[in-house]
Design a protein around this ligand. Structure first.
Ligand SMILES: [Zn+2]
Length: 92
């Protein structure tokens, strides 16, 4: 058995993946939603694959809204998508 790796579920594809392979979406105490590539931002977190497709699925299923108990405006989704495009690719 491999060493214990912290696993988190992607809100898009619902797969369990090692935490460090996922991007943390965070809702700050002020209610601002952003992507957290370093896992250090304060606030409530949710996890997504570094894949715009998973972001789109999370949007469609409203999983992120549920995780944050908040409405996510279109411009925030657009911003998250833009941040997702810039996600550092660490695979390969
Ligand atoms: Zn995913």
């Amino acid at each position: 058995m491999p060493k214990k790796i912290p696993m988190r579920q992607c809100l898009g594809c619902r797969e369990m993946k090692p935490k460090r392979e996922l991007i943390r979406a965070v809702r700050s105490p002020e209610g601002e939603i952003s992507l957290d590539f370093k896992g250090k931002k304060p606030g409530r977190g949710a996890y997504l694959c570094p894949d715009p497709a998973c972001l789109a699925r999370a949007r469609k299923s409203r999983a992120l809204e549920r995780a944050f108990s908040a409405q996510i405006p279109d411009e925030v989704w657009a911003g998250l998508e833009a941040q997702m495009q810039e996600a550092p690719k660490e695979h390969g």
